[in-house]
Design a protein around this ligand. Sequence first.
Ligand SMILES: O=C(O)C(=O)CO
Length: 329
Amino acid sequence: MTAAIPSRRSFLHAAFATTALAGLSRARSFAEVVGSEASTKTNQAEKFKLAYAPHPGMFKASAGNDVLDQIRFMADQGFTALEYNGLPSESPEMQTKIGDLLGRLDMQMGVFVAYGNFDSPTFARPDEDSTTEILTKMKDAVEISKRVNAKWCTVVPGSVDQQNNAGDWNRYGGARLAEGYQTANVIDMLRRCVDVIEPSGLVMVLEPLNWYANHGGTFLQRSDQAYAICRAVDSPSCKILFDIYHQQITEGNLIPNIDACWDEIAYFQSGDNPGRNEPYTGEINYRNVFAHIHSKGYQGVIGMEHGNSEKGIDGERKVIEAYRRADQF
Ligand SMILES: O=C(O)C(=O)CO
């Protein structure tokens, strides 16, 4: 089904005013809507307890191709944050428009990817070119963050340094440094990144990734490893992105591990396993995990970094309903 709609408002009335979210939504009070961009609307859904953050494309069938319309749609459904990995590819003008709209809708900006490398040891065994690239991206990230009022940006600190004898196992070669030296190099490079971003208040969140379903060879895999590195870098601008999907695959034991590295976590992402789709399509008890995070007083964003298990408007409604279910605690 395509999203050929004359306007967002008429679409919303046609497609979502009758949504199965009935009973989960309520009319917002006059005081809540005054001053907001949606001040003429009265059928907005109740805000979620946690700041789950959809990304552009997730509600395209419902809201159309325009990213700004998609953000308005998210707000109408009760979401209070946006995540946009690909934000650096938008023009500076568009970034500013996104930031302005989020401000008017009282939504938080989640992460964008400032630097992500999955298959070269750019942090574990850096060379001059990769170092220049990393530091340039960090400078760029500071400017982007100002346009959208972002507090966090994602950094994936490259791959492990391991000689490539296996042909296509990974796309890098070179000498293998012992693990301790690789870790020391990663810490040194992160300190250089911090020197660039800390004055602006921007926080880079380091994302451990799983090797088994998605990203074989990445340097950062485990939450305890990320914790040790953040403690060593020792900066408010270097924290952990705990991606519940990746950590379920790598470690399991989600709630105890979240507790163990809590002091260094600044950001979460979600996604069920297997499949990396919305909650309740896999094995994770998202209501319990979210209730736990909420009970610890978490005020930050939970990026919905996953696909929709079904395509089209029905699939998008299913995503929203899954978060409603997971948010009931
Ligand atoms: O690419 C992925 O899987 C990530 O989670 C990076 O943000």
